[in-house]
Design a binder for this molecule. Sequence first.
Ligand code: ADP
Length: 366
Amino acid sequence: SSYHKVLEENRFLYNQVQDLKGAIRVYCRVRPFLPGQPNGQSTVDYIGENGNIMIMNPLKQGKDARRVFSFNKVFATSATQEQIYADTQPLVRSALDGYNVCIFAYGQTGSGKTYTMSGPDLMTEETWGVNYRALRDLFHISKERADAIKYEVGVQMIEIYNEQVRDLLVSDGSNRRYPSSRTCYIRNNSQLNGLNVPDASLVPVNCTQDVLDLMKIGQRNRAVGATALNERSSRSHSVLTVHVRGRDLVSNSILKGCLHLVDLAGSERVDKSEAVGERLKEAQHINKSLSALGDVISALAQKSQHIPYRNSKLTQVLQDSLGGHAKTLMFVHINPELNALGETISTLKFAERVATIELGAAQSNK
Ligand code: ADP
């Protein structure tokens, strides 16, 4: 029967994703040189198949000139969106199996975070980002399982700017109104799990297009009050959360999972001597929240007794989805240009701190 097929499929997937439970995976992606830009020398000297990346400083000589970092995987500039997603898909599936899943994009502004998560401005199916592919699969798989499990899906979208949480799907006159957002079924039937912002609008969705429409509204709301959307989006974190609630049609048991797609604020450090006023405040908030995220993830990786979730809004709102039975994937992005070398090194150091690479799994010759 199809029910057994689902069980069978679940068992297979269970085995496939079991190793990801509680673990943090870190994938590194190198942005290509952009068209119209001089094809300068790349600071990426070498990418190994086992998750190693060697960074080179052409201004230094000898041993000091090179440094190797190790991750679960490193994607070279030639990696396609499809290849990037292929390694993400098992996590997306597990949200439908009742797990909380977090996918982060980390890196300095201009390193390719938005490209990975959403895609380029002019998009074709080939260049669709992780968000679109994840949603497409989510709906596709839930339809495949429809004989056995009845799924309901709802979406929240928030922004964290200067440690303030803003609901991006709330209507504020200039935007379309979503009458159903305040009376969503998931909220009525149970406590929400996975995103610690109980007040944020939760909008029911039935297909990928519904979510894409909401993302557009969210993006528009995000730009309100900002000089330019790009500026705003590089200095705030955005969290798109897809809540999934499934009822097993045979046993009537309920499973709940969620998928967070998180586009983090640009990780670049602002020159303290130059930044003043708002800019300095923003930079301080971003530093604080990114290092809080790093602290939480590395405390989880080290199985510490105390996990410092309370140190930032970002880690507070994602608390239920970091650690425990949750699964986390972080894409760290680097820009291979020489003038980005300082940020590249600090990005990779951050990523290395949060990566739980088992000794022997990847060879490291730092
Ligand atoms: P971020 O979100 O980190 O600020 P973007 O995603 O906006 O960076 O990327 C900066 C520029 O580089 C954009 O023009 C984007 O289209 C381009 N870009 C980023 N990654 C790639 C890639 N893998 N292939 C082609 N172009 C890319």
